[in-house]
Design a protein around this ligand. Structure first.
Ligand SMILES: Nc1ncnc2c1ncn2[C@@H]1O[C@H](COP(=O)(O)OP(=O)(O)O)[C@@H](O)[C@H]1O
Ligand SMILES: [Mg+2]
Length: 207
């Protein structure tokens, strides 16, 4: 292609494509770095008392444009505040991955529901969608490193971007917080629900 001869509109499109490619590559590299740190046990958390509701709201705001583009509706039911000891950046990463997975794996016109429930010793943040769901076989695979499930060419009407590192990293990050990620789905096209369960750790200072 001779760039000098291209009409302006084509150039805008080209710059846009390059930009998207660059940002995809950046995400991929940071995922590879994270997973290598996790394997070598060198990923250190920086925990602080944080309002997890604020963190959730921030991620929803960040992804709402993307959800609108795919016409997936986000239904948020969360309380005003809920404080936990956690590494903000790392938990943001987990929410962002699980919510973008829900948006990606739901057909146009579908819904995603975000809830936060405080239980006795822990807090459950659930992200449920009305999307393509997971078979038992897929559930076995999805937390593995490079556990991408190929949806290409299956006419499922979902976004097929990604390499399958997101849930592997998310699971490890939640485990470093002494929590766990639970997954439920009744099968293909029955939707999926991911619950991030984080423990409430009583601060020595609080009475
Ligand atoms: N909410 C969901 N509904 C259906 N399938 C899902 C959902 N979330 C994740 N998956 C499947 O699990 C695989 C692994 O997810 P993830 O590790 O985040 O990788 P990716 O980089 O592909 O997003 C994805 O390829 C996707 O097919
Ligand atoms: Mg993902």
């Amino acid at each position: 292609m001779d760039i000098k001869k291209e009409p302006k509109n084509n150039l805008y499109e080209l710059v846009n494509t390059i930009n998207k490619g660059g940002s995809r590559l950046k995400k991929l590299i940071s995922k590879l770095i994270d997973s290598s740190k996790l394997e070598r046990n060198t990923l250190k958390l920086e925990k602080k008392r944080e309002n997890i509701v604020e963190i959730l709201k921030g991620i929803v705001e960040e992804l709402i444009y993307f959800a609108n583009q795919r016409t997936v509706f986000l239904n948020v039911k969360i309380p005003e505040e809920c404080y936990l000891e956690l590494d903000r950046i790392r938990i943001e990463q987990v929410f962002s991955n699980i919510l973008s997975n829900a948006i990606n794996n739901t057909q146009k016109g579908g819904n995603a529901y975000i809830k936060l429930k405080e239980k006795n010793g822990y807090v459950d943040i659930s992200i449920k969608d009305t999307g393509i769901g997971l078979t038992d076989e897929e559930k076995e695979k999805l937390f593995k490193k490079f556990g991408k499930i190929e949806r290409y060419g299956k006419s499922l009407g979902v976004d097929i971007d990604g390499l399958g590192l997101g849930l592997y990293i998310s699971k490890e990050l939640v485990q470093l917080h002494n929590g766990e990620i639970l997954v439920k789905s009744k099968g293909r096209n029955k939707g999926a629900k991911f619950t991030i369960r984080l423990p409430k750790i009583k601060s020595i200072l609080s009475v």
